[in-house]
Ligand binder design. Structure first.
Ligand SMILES: [Zn+2]
Length: 307
C-alpha cells in the first residue's frame, strides 16, 4: 500500500489540495473516494491549476482494519511531541503510530512542502463515525478555515481547540496550510463515499484547481451536500468532551445520533464508576459505538441556525 494514493498536478503555480484518508484505519470510505476521484482525473485528463494529492494516514491500521494499533494517530500531532519525534530514528520507535507519524512528517516536510514551495496549501482530512445521523465539517482554529468549511453548506463545527489537541488539523495549521476535516457519515454507509467524492470535487472547483466544466456532476454534488444538513444548525461550537480510558468499560446508551438534543443531567452512558450524565444542555456529537476511541461523546452548542 502506497502512502501517496494519487497526485494530479499542473506545471504552473496554483493552490495545492492535500486530501488525507485513513488517519483512522477502520475508515476506508475516504480511500475509496480518493481512488474514484483519481480514476476519473486519469480518464478525463483535465487541465488543472495547482494540484490534488491524496495521502493515506495510518497504513498499519488500515491493513488491520482497526482505528489504531497502539495510539490514536489523530491525537498525536502536538507541537512538542513532533519536535521530539523528528529527532528519532524510525527503527527505534516502539509505537506503530509513532513510526507512521514519522513517515508522514517526512512525506510532508521533505517531500510535499519542498515540491510545492510557494504554493498555497489546503488540506481536507476525511473521516467517518461509528454513530448515525449527520455529516459535518470541522474547522481549524483559523478564520480562513471556517470560511472554507462554511462554503460546503453542511454543518460546521468550530472550537475544536477547546476539546481535542494533536489532530492532523493542528498539524496543518503548523505547516501554515488551511485545513478542514470532513465527517461523511457512518463507517459502512456507501453514501459516505459519495459525500466524500462530492466534497473533493466541490473544493477543487472552489479553490480554482479545476474548471467547473470538467466536473459534470457538480450541481448534483452541491445540492447533495446542501441537503445533508436537514434541521441541524449551520454552525455549532464544541463545548464538552467526555474522555474515555480503555479500563473505564465505557458503554454509550443505544440510539443516540449526531445533533440529538441533550439536557443537563440526562443519562448518556455507563462506565465501571456508574452512570454518566451530561453536564450541560446542547446537542450530541459523535457518540462512541465502537470498541476503540478516547472520546466517549461530545456536546456542542448551536451558534447559528441559518446559512
Ligand atoms: Zn476518524
Amino acid at each position: 500500500m502506497k502512502r501517496i494514493i494519487g497526485e494530479y498536478r499542473s506545471r504552473t503555480e496554483g493552490p495545492v489540495l492535500i486530501v488525507t484518508a485513513g488517519i483512522h484505519g477502520n475508515e476506508p470510505a475516504g480511500i475509496v473516494a480518493l481512488e474514484n476521484v483519481f480514476a476519473q482525473l486519469k480518464h478525463q485528463k483535465p487541465a488543472v491549476t495547482g494540484a490534488l494529492i491524496g495521502v493515506l494516514g495510518n497504513l498499519s491500521a488500515i491493513k488491520a482494519g482497526r482505528r489504531f494499533i497502539d495510539q490514536d494517530l489523530n491525537r498525536m500531532f502536538k507541537v512538542g511531541a513532533l519536535d521530539a519525534l523528528r529527532k528519532q530514528t524510525k527503527s527505534k520507535l516502539k509505537s506503530v503510530e509513532e513510526r507512521e507519524q514519522l513517515d508522514l512528517l517526512r512525506l510532508f516536510e521533505t517531500g510535499i512542502l519542498r515540491r510545492y514551495e510557494g504554493h498555497e496549501l489546503f488540506m481536507l482530512d476525511l473521516h467517518t463515525t461509528s454513530s448515525e445521523g449527520g455529516s459535518f465539517t470541522i474547522a481549524a482554529d483559523k478564520p480562513k478555515s471556517v470560511e472554507i468549511a462554511r462554503k460546503l453548506g453542511v454543518t460546521v463545527i468550530v472550537g475544536m481547540e477547546n476539546v481535542i489537541h494533536g489532530t492532523t488539523l493542528d498539524y496543518f495549521n503548523q505547516l501554515n496550510g488551511t485545513g478542514i476535516g470532513f465527517e461523511a457519515g457512518q463507517h459502512e454507509e456507501k453514501a459516505s463515499i459519495d459525500r466524500m467524492e462530492a466534497v473533493i470535487w466541490v473544493k477543487m472547483v472552489e479553490l480554482g484547481i479545476i474548471k467547473e466544466e470538467w466536473v459534470p456532476k457538480l450541481e448534483e454534488h452541491r445540492s447533495m451536500l446542501c441537503s445533508l444538513r436537514k434541521s441541524a444548525p449551520a454552525v455549532v461550537r464544541f463545548s464538552y468532551r467526555h474522555a474515555v480510558q480503555p479500563e473505564d468499560r465505557f458503554q454509550m446508551l443505544p440510539g443516540f445520533k449526531n445533533f440529538d438534543p441533550i439536557v443537563a443531567g440526562q443519562k448518556l452512558a455507563t462506565s465501571r464508576l456508574g452512570d454518566i450524565t451530561s453536564p450541560v444542555d446542547g446537542l450530541m456529537l459523535m457518540p462512541l459505538y465502537q470498541p476503540q476511541g478516547s472520546d466517549g461523546f461530545f456536546i456542542v452548542q448551536s451558534v447559528e441556525q441559518t446559512c
